[in-house]
Design a protein around this ligand. Sequence first.
Ligand SMILES: [Zn+2]
Ligand SMILES: [Zn+2]
Length: 256
Amino acid sequence: MDLLALPAFNDNYLWLLHDGTRALVVDPGDAEPVFTALTQHGLELAAILVTHHHADHTGGVAALREATGAVVYGPAHERIPEPFIPLADGAQVNVLGMAFRVIDVPGHTAGHIAYFASDMNGAPLLFCGDTLFSGGCGRLFEGTPAQMLDSLDKLAALPANTRVCCAHEYTLSNLRFASAVEPGNAALANYQRECEALRAAGTPTLPSSIGTERAINPFLRSREASVTQAVQAHAATPTDEVAVFAALREWKNNFK
Ligand SMILES: [Zn+2]
Ligand SMILES: [Zn+2]
């Protein structure tokens, strides 16, 4: 299997997974880069996996389905271009000989889902849309901090070697914030240097891994003393974990 990150718009990645003959694409906000990749690699599009309803994740769905007949899968509790197969927590999608398990991850949107495969070329694979980013997490447009914390807990519990395919290249700006929160985190400082070198070379910083994110992402580390204390120093906040997470998200929203 081959995994490609197709750049779209300013900072989106449309993830394309293929076996040399058939492909699936995740969150095609734009059809054009997908058509180009299908032609370039001589692929037939078998399936479209959608994580949530935002236009930068769904804008190309109708054109791709009409042109290729690909089956569309999407979140049961959101409106995406019909017809599609609605999926909720625990559902399984079988495509390209692989099985993807659906995980409900509300927070960025109310019905956001993620897709997890336990084995792609020997390691697990996660398509998490706008829920988890490298070094950050999605903004809370529709869900509550408690929901997002719970969703991120589910993703953090996946195997450390899970490759994390996020939908945006937000890594460097996320890491600037992460290092303001945890200036003493050596793993974070190393990772930031690696990612700066990748971006300087025009290379995606993604996929990341769950193990890396557990070590460097403040939104997966909000219960660590270093993060909790930084949040409490920044904003007088109650000590319960949801309030700390909410204040951390708010701090990031206003971080320049
Ligand atoms: Zn979104
Ligand atoms: Zn997005």
